[in-house]
Design a binder for this molecule. Structure first.
Ligand SMILES: [Zn+2]
Length: 345
């Protein structure tokens, strides 16, 4: 065949046009890595993590593991010490034994109060659109659980595989996927401590946010997605707390995501997870879940072998698609009467 440079130049020109022209081809969605999701849940729920109670060596071990995952995906560190945001806690004796609080909360007499430090983990993917990357979406889950406690059937380690190693796995898998193909707005991946003591890590983040709250357009939390909920439609389906309070839930439904309203509104889950702290600051914030009120909730039997990984994999893909929709699309807004007031949430 005779040599001719023309077709090659033409092809190169077309490639250049395709890469820079306004009509970009849709980015194929990288699905979450199945092995990564499994590995994260298994690692966090292992007995060696000792139930990840905030302030314990087990929680510190979990935090180091999570920071290493964030680093391996190439996330931008968003904490005050790389991926770590240090959170000071005070150990106090409550009516039901030892509990934690943030400094300055409650009692003025601080004599005899033990001070400890735990962390939140924060990683960031910068938005791809120069006009939108100064706005951010927060995707979060809590990595702490209840630690070592009262033995049940000879087991004293409260592993928290569903609560909330499952949610943490979806957030990290989303970070891995979105880092490969960033959406238009920036996304902050926030893994918090202190949730089991009253969403304390998230409260700390909101007072020291990585991204200005005025430019944080939405918060989505993921809590207990390791088993399907028949009331939500079974495997691969999730429900969203406070569905009708903002335009977020309806926008997911319009986009065809299998996300329904919380089927048990009487349990007031909208007010019982990390999203409430964002919502009270005025940011549209909800929690995705498929918690079916199973008997292993807050028991040592919340183990990795009870996770339905086929469901969790579908849930993870759903979390990725929902996050991308928030980061690419119209910012959600509260509907009439949907925004909780600080006095009456
Ligand atoms: Zn939880």
């Amino acid at each position: 065949m005779p040599f001719s440079s023309t077709p090659a130049r033409l092809a190169a020109g077309l490639v250049w046009l395709a890469a820079c022209g306004p009509a970009r081809a849709p980015t194929p969605e990288p699905l979450a890595s199945t092995s990564e999701v499994r590995a994260i849940v298994a690692a966090l729920a292992a007995d060696s993590m000792e139930g990840r109670r905030t302030g314990t060596p087990g929680a510190a071990r979990a935090a180091r593991y999570l920071a290493e995952r964030m680093r391996s995906y190439g996330l931008e560190p968003g904490g005050d010490s790389s991926y770590f945001q240090r959170v000071p806690y005070e150990v106090v004796q409550g009516a039901e034994g030892e509990t934690l609080r943030l400094p300055g909360a409650g009692v003025t007499d601080s004599a005899g109060i033990e001070r400890i430090t735990d962390v939140n983990l924060i990683g960031l993917v910068r938005g791809s659109d120069s006009a939108m990357r100064d706005e951010a979406v927060v995707l979060g889950a809590h990595f702490d659980h209840m630690g070592i406690g009262k033995p049940v059937g000879g087991d004293s380690i409260y592993n928290g595989a569903d609560d909330d190693a499952s949610g943490v796995a979806t957030v990290l898998a989303a970070a891995q996927a979105l880092a490969k193909a960033p959406p238009r707005r920036s996304v902050i991946f926030l893994l918090t401590s202190g949730e089991e003591f009253g969403v304390l890590g998230t409260q700390w983040y909101l007072d020291r946010p990585t991204f200005a709250l005025a430019r944080t357009i939405a918060d989505l939390q993921v809590e207990m997605v390791g088993r399907p909920d028949s009331l939500a439609g079974g495997s691969g389906k999730l429900w969203l707390t406070g569905f009708k309070r903002s335009t977020m839930g309806p926008s997911f439904a319009t986009a065809g995501l299998p996300i329904v309203a919380d089927p048990r509104p009487d349990f007031r889950f909208f007010e019982r997870s990390d999203n409430i702290v964002f919502a009270l600051r005025g940011i549209p914030a909800h929690t995705l879940s498929s918690f079916s009120l199973h008997d292993d909730y807050h028991q040592p039997s919340d183990e990795v072998d009870r996770i339905d990984f086929a469901h969790l994999q579908q849930a993870t893909d759903l979390v990725i698609r929902a996050t991308r929709l928030l980061a690419d699309g119209t910012a959600p807004t509260w509907r009439q009467g949907g925004r909780p007031s600080p006095t009456a949430p």
